[in-house]
Design a protein around this ligand. Structure first.
Ligand code: SF4
Length: 311
């Protein structure tokens, strides 16, 4: 069979589902290539879209294909009254024989260069209102793979798990990452509330460029958790501990600033994320520019004195 692939997002990030689909078809002797023209006939074309329409516009379906299969979170999100709503029925799961295969990293020779991507766990017990993970993967973090299933000795590993620390097998999985000696990026962040001294020690043995956490809800007082992790974790440099601060989702500017200043005082680098950016007030965009530009943030520590016209 002749298979065409379309990465609808075309962002600078490899699409894991397409890499697995490619690996599976190649294992059956099929020809796989990026779809490039309606002049070419394909037996099946797969279109995958990870991001919502706000960040990634859809593209036209190919017409010269016997079958077109669309999937990905990006096809399942609608914006209703400024809030993203996830529709599971529009986001089909991959069959186990594809889900569990080692990805074909060769389709992204640059983006996936010397980097393994995958999930060790799926699901998250928290069910945050702005997040689709609970609906998509369930309200429990469960192991779905061993590291060796998608890591082939690459120098870098990107772990895409939504909440690996909520998994009962977390110690074993963190041990696998430490033993790899690869540089690990937990790109969905770690849940600071689920850290303890053992976890801090284990993370301290993993080679990471920087850790990511989140403080999304200002109603949650996460100060004690950040405080104690800071004491336990061996790396003290704030740039190695970045914390996403969600804004424009029911918080006030004062609540946003409280989290930003608190995190800075505790030795972390806050990083402002804007929910539904097209609806965000100008002030929040200025807040993001001020906070996320480290030169500005360090030069002018007080947002009330930041003059956006002067950069
Ligand atoms: S903790 Fe993270 S992954 Fe879990 S529901 Fe909240 S935002 Fe989603």
């Amino acid at each position: 069979m002749k298979i065409g692939l379309i990465d609808v997002d075309s962002h600078n990030y490899p699409n894991l589902a397409l890499m697995k689909i490619s690996a599976w078809h190649k294992s059956r002797g099929d020809t796989v290539e990026w779809w490039w023209s309606d002049m070419v006939h394909y037996d099946v074309v797969y279109m995958s879209k990870v991001f919502s329409n706000e960040y990634s516009a859809d593209v036209q379906e190919p017409i010269n294909a016997d079958r077109v299969i669309k999937g990905g979170t990006g096809y399942a999100i609608d914006l209703e009254n400024g809030v993203e709503v996830y529709n599971k029925e529009r986001d089909p799961v991959l069959p186990p024989e594809i889900e569990n295969i080692c990805p074909d990293y060769s389709i992204y020779p640059e983006l996936a260069k010397d980097t393994a991507n995958g999930f060790l766990t799926r699901g998250c017990p928290r069910g945050c209102a702005f997040c689709h993970v609970a609906k998509k993967e369930g309200r429990k973090s469960c192991q779905v793979a061993e590291l060796a299933e998608f890591w082939r000795g690459q120098r870098n590993i990107q772990i895409m798990d939504p909440n690996i620390l909520a998994c009962k097998d977390r110690a074993k999985l963190l041990e696998q990452l430490a033993a790899s000696r690869a540089y690990v990026d937990f790109n969905q962040g770690l849940d600071i509330r689920l850290t303890d001294r053992d976890v801090a020690d284990l993370i301290g043995r993993i080679r990471v460029q920087r850790l990511h956490f989140a403080w999304d809800n200002p109603k949650d007082d996460l100060r004690p958790y950040f405080q104690r992790f800071s004491e336990w974790y061996r790396r003290k440099d704030p740039s190695k501990k970045v914390v996403y601060v969600l804004t424009n989702f029911g918080s006030t500017l004062d609540e946003d600033l409280f989290r930003i200043y608190t995190l800075r005082d505790l030795g972390y680098d806050p990083y402002v994320m804007i929910y539904n950016k097209s609806s965000a007030p100008q002030e929040i965009r200025y807040l993001q520019r001020w906070c996320n530009n480290r030169l500005i943030f360090r030069a002018q520590p007080d947002f009330s004195k930041y003059d956006p016209r002067r950069g």
